[in-house]
Design a protein around this ligand. Structure first.
Ligand SMILES: [Zn+2]
Length: 511
């Protein structure tokens, strides 16, 4: 490899709006605005790393200052003096400031003082402030002052990965664009094209692995491709990428399943964070967990299958699996399998795989601590009911929910798979008054952000603001899960079952 090798991410950085990858909405809005002369004084771009924030900022700066047109153009030529200087980050009127190293107020003032002078070679003086959330409060105030009365020739382009850390006063003066995570298919197409340009053999399987590992970031994906090319000398196949990506090894998966099935949500989610941060691909992790479930089932003692030596696990790992099997039922294993199978397309379609996986883990834990007797009884009683109520029509996703009772809220939370919120609500909240739009309640545990989370969820799902009014004195009413439990216990079928199994106890109820 030559010494002056340019990393792919830089070499193939988008130079115009058309070649921005996976940001169709942003491109359409921005180009329309430029073409119709509606140019804002401040823009803010937000999104995870490697989605093209800085590239977009530079393209916008070129669009504003390209010499091929006598005004801003959505198609900067890329070859004029201004375009070339901006692309190289060397234009005298286009300042690229890394907020991380200019956090102080003095720095910021100095920069902003210069904004008063007219541009030297360009139509607009452009300030690109990267990672703007890193600025100190006083630096933000200095920036705000300029944003309040910007000179006509000044444009600010702010970029951040953490929009929540940017003060609202700044945000309200900017036109905001959210850069989306780039979908796997789009990444694959781009990587295939780059490989072709570079004369590299990139197999479809290897490309798929790279695109999934990139997790929505073009830059991350291209640096993986860089690394793969360096390691393979240009024949990038699936095996090489698997090695490079350090696919989570089986021992880790076995221990992870042990943590998940132990019922400790915190430990399981922390462990998942570690595995994720080590670069594990969540799709592959799910595959490995399914492999685990399959073999744990085959090894289940009551099935009395012959000792499974063909499993991919070592003797130590098999010993661990046997111990786990002693704590869960066969029914549980098969439900775990079902939930995992259902999670495969969900994970593939998700724009935030990590969130999706967190919820999967919570769901698995929910299943793991579920008793199977009430479950079976419930199914049984449903089967013997002579006249079945017609199924309620499925409410279209776009329609808002109509929630009138605590019970309906519980069901809605479960249906939405808001399991953390549901479990907190059903086990800690005593309802004083419940009507559509207002809940007066007592919180046994008093978790600080519960009300906020629930209010937000309600607003998003019912389309209106709810009043959540906590009371300080316990009304000593049943929580939702206590209520459900006593209702189940009074069911004659259940009570006869409870008599039959002396030590039986209702631990959890699931629909
Ligand atoms: Zn130009």
């Amino acid at each position: 490899m030559e010494n002056n090798y340019t990393v792919l991410a830089r070499k193939y950085r988008s130079q115009d709006f058309e070649s921005l990858i996976g940001q169709d909405v942003l491109v359409k809005t921005l180009t329309t605005a430029i073409n119709t002369g509606r140019i804002a004084h401040a823009y803010i771009f937000t999104g995870i790393r490697g989605t093209g924030k800085t590239s977009t900022a530079r393209i916008l700066a070129k669009a504003l200052n390209c010499l091929s047109s006598d005004r801003a153009t959505s198609k900067p030529c890329g070859v004029c003096e201004n375009c070339r200087a901006i692309a190289a980050g060397q234009h005298i009127d286009v300042m690229e400031i890394d907020a991380a190293s200019h956090t102080g107020v003095d720095n910021m003032r100095e920069i902003l003082d210069a904004a008063l002078y007219r541009p030297t070679n360009a139509r607009y003086k452009v300030y690109i402030i990267d990672e703007v959330h890193m600025l100190s409060t006083s630096a933000f105030n200095a920036l705000l002052k300029t944003l309040e009365e910007p000179p006509a020739h000044v444009i600010f382009i702010l970029a951040t990965t953490e929009i929540r850390k940017v003060p609202v006063t700044i945000l309200s003066r900017c036109q905001r664009f959210d850069l989306a995570r780039v979908p796997v298919e789009t990444l694959k197409k781009h990587f295939a094209w780059v490989a072709e340009q570079e004369g590299i053999e990139l197999s479809d399987g290897a490309n798929e692995l790279l695109a999934r590992s990139a997790d929505g970031s073009v830059r991350d994906g291209l640096s993986l491709l860089d690394q793969a090319i360096a390691q393979t000398g240009g024949h990038v196949d699936e095996g090489a990428v698997l090695d490079m990506l350090k696919r989570t090894d089986r021992g880790t998966v076995v221990n992870f399943m042990k943590t998940v099935l132990s019922g400790d949500v915190n430990a399981a989610l922390n462990r998942l964070d570690e595995i994720y941060n080590n670069g594990a691909d969540l799709t592959m992790l799910l595959n490995d967990m399914m492999e685990w479930t399959h073999w744990a089932t085959r090894m289940y003692p009551s099935l009395r299958l012959t000792e499974v030596t063909s499993s991919p696990y070592t003797a130590d790992m098999r010993e661990t699996i046997k111990k786990i099997n002693e704590t869960i039922s066969l029914n549980t294993l098969s439900r775990i399998w079902q939930v995992m199978v259902a999670a495969v397309p969900e994970l593939a379609a998700s724009t935030n795989q990590k969130q999706c996986f967190d919820m999967l883990i919570v769901r698995l834990m929910h299943i793991a601590d579920m008793p199977s007797i009430p479950e079976l009884l419930k199914q049984n009683s449903e089967n013997t009911t002579p006249i079945k109520q017609p199924e309620k029509p499925v409410v279209e996703k776009s329609k808002f929910l109509d929630i009138n009772t605590s019970n309906e809220l519980g069901t809605a939370l479960q249906n939405a798979r808001e399991l953390l919120l549901y479990s907190y609500y059903s086990s800690n909240i005593e309802i004083v008054e419940f009507e559509n739009g207002k809940i007066k309640y007592f919180d046994r545990k008093g978790e600080k952000d519960f009300a906020q989370k629930l209010a937000l969820w309600l607003k998003n799902n019912t389309g209106k603001d709810w009043t959540l009014e906590p009371v300080t004195e316990a009304p000593h009413k049943q929580t939702l899960s206590e209520h459900n439990k006593s209702e189940i216990e009074s069911d004659p079928l259940v009570s006869s079952a409870m008599d039959l199994f002396e030590d039986a106890e209702i631990v959890n109820i699931s629909k």
